[in-house]
Write a protein that binds this ligand. Structure first.
Ligand SMILES: [Zn+2]
Ligand SMILES: [Zn+2]
Length: 143
């Protein structure tokens, strides 16, 4: 694992699953949907979406959980760390959780999604665009 190579590396808390994302992400977003909240245990999740062909697992593989009829989430079966999110209709892209990146500072989010579901006491004044619902990539009417 050399951090000198281009791209972004990351992994779960225990280190059983490691990945490298080559190149730069297509989008970086905060998500305030209730499923991201439950999956992460935190008040919201953030993801960087890459071309699926750019993301390779360099150690282990995530376990998969179908969190809705339109998407699957990947996590470490050992430590439970949330790692990936992928829409069924967009299998050519995959999102990795920003918190699993070794250097999340390198990928600042550019938007908030599902702000209608944002926790009321969460006060975020970062000036980023806020979408009340899903990203424009989600299947119509679904999360
Ligand atoms: Zn782990
Ligand atoms: Zn979400």
């Amino acid at each position: 694992m050399t951090d000198a190579a281009p791209g972004h590396t990351g992994g779960c808390l225990c280190g059983a699953v490691r990945y490298r994302a080559a190149g730069e992400p297509i989008a970086v977003s905060h998500c305030h949907c209730g499923m991201c909240r439950k999956a992460s245990g935190g008040p919201f999740l953030a993801f960087a979406r890459f071309a699926a062909s750019d993301v390779t697992f360099t150690k282990g593989q995530p376990a998969l959980f179908r969190s809705s009829e339109s998407a699957v989430r990947g996590f470490c079966r050992r430590c439970g760390g949330q790692l990936t999110f992928q829409f069924d209709h967009l299998r050519d892209t995959i999102s990795v959780s920003l918190g699993s990146l070794d250097r999340p500072e390198a990928l600042p989010p550019t938007q908030h999604l599902w702000t209608d579901s944002q926790i009321g006491w969460l006060d975020l004044d970062d000036g980023l665009p806020r979408r009340p619902g899903p990203s424009d990539l989600a299947p119509a009417g679904k999360a």
